[in-house]
Design a protein around this ligand. Sequence first.
Ligand SMILES: Cc1cc2nc3c(=O)[nH]c(=O)nc-3n(C[C@H](O)[C@H](O)[C@H](O)COP(=O)(O)OP(=O)(O)OC[C@H]3O[C@@H](n4cnc5c(N)ncnc54)[C@H](O)[C@@H]3O)c2cc1C
Length: 485
Amino acid sequence: MRSFDEYCMKMYSMKPNIYIDGRCVGRDDKRLAPGIKTLGATYRLAEEPSWKNLIITKSHLDGVEINRFCHVNQSMDDLLMKQKMIRLLCRVVGGCIQRCMGCDAINALSIATYYADMEYGTDYHKRFIDFLRVFQREDLTAACAQTDVKGHRRLRPHQQADPDLYVRVVEKRSDGIVVRGAKNCITMAAYSDMIIVIPTRRMTDEDRDWSVAFYLPADWKGIKLVTRATGMRPRRHFKAPIAEMGAADSFIIFDDVFVPWDNVFLCGESNYATLLAWLFALYHRHSYTGCKPGFTDIMMGASALVADYNGVGDASHVRSKLAEMASTAELVYAAGVASAVYGRKTDAGTYAPNEVYVNVGRRHAGLHIYEEYDMLADLAGGLAATLPYEGDFLNPELAELLNKYIKRRPEVSSEDVHRCFRMVSDLLCSALSGVFAVAGVHGGGSPVMEEIAIWRSYDFEERMKLAKYLAGVEKDYLPKELAAQ
Ligand SMILES: Cc1cc2nc3c(=O)[nH]c(=O)nc-3n(C[C@H](O)[C@H](O)[C@H](O)COP(=O)(O)OP(=O)(O)OC[C@H]3O[C@@H](n4cnc5c(N)ncnc54)[C@H](O)[C@@H]3O)c2cc1C
């Protein structure tokens, strides 16, 4: 397994193909450092005895110890452990841990490639297993590039005025394919070893050229990562874990990129492209049932702390808000647990979560995301937004005065109050908090996608039968096994 330093060294050795604000830069650009450090927690903590059991597991391929982010889930316990690991990691880094992207992609690929081979006699699954061996052995990271730029939202890939608005195959050669197009909003692409590309929506037979999945090193020829790196409010003096948090999302352009056949996982199988898109969303929404409760834990803790420092920790409206946040966190988490308990082993051997529980959990999290910002803003008051710069707290002319006037409960030091407000300010007013809020709505698919998934998988017919029985419209009614939904 890799150390954090080895991961960083690899990043710094990669070819510069990252564009930030008009310039092409390498992975050693300081704007990427917070994201590298955040994701790097998955390497650093894997070496700590208290985290080892959670982060390290055994490969189902050869029994060798691997990082859980490189693991293909084999059982209910695997899913439960992944969810728990993500929640706890999000807590300690102060937000999105990011590395789930590649993990969710390999789980989805392990199933879709298997079924594609069963129907078409292709060797995608073997290629995938070859890739997985390297991915696990070298402890690699992968961004998952699913979200195409998509053009006119009502039109399918083959119907777009410009066919490049979904990533597509423009040439098939004896040694590989050439792809063109762009994916946007791709988290951690700027500091991942690999980019896994998968389709973003249901594909029809006419969309075969767009039904493509593959992986490439992130600095491969023709790949341009146009990147926005985001962090908390800048700090120089009052260091704190929350201030170290960072993320970067890339608009990835595939400028006629050659992909060797060994790297291709689907090419033209529109039905399995559809399955792959669906499976990634399934696993990613399951990851959300870990990370969203982790994020709510942070918002809840900050809300409780600021109310406590203000001397109103036991006020009824504070308790009500904390109970609301606890309910959201634990219901979303419980949905993830239920999705593991009611999940199933696929023919590919990979264990998949239950679709209904994953989607109701993810939907619930998304519905409440802005409420959490609202509650923390309410309890913190306006100072979280207007907090003076750090330097003013260090200016000999102002320091004593600011510390005198920032005071709340007498037994809490001014510095602690100041630090608490600086953290709340990061959580509510930083560039990164804005990104997290939108991610809370759209990450893993826009909200309507969860509703479509619920409509597709939930047995509303059965509920209608129940109503008919209760209303006396129909006589017989045998309740269906609950686990099947
Ligand atoms: C911080 C962040 C990180 C992300 N990270 C990743 C990542 O790592 N990898 C990745 O692949 N993606 C990532 N995403 C992208 C995310 O999955 C998408 O934002 C999400 O799927 C929505 O797609 P979109 O942004 O194109 O919005 P759209 O699909 O354009 O949605 C906008 C609105 O249009 C509506 N709409 C769209 N199509 C139709 C239609 N046909 N009919 C009616 N209404 C429609 C939607 O319901 C929604 O209300 C990330 C997003 C964010 C915000």
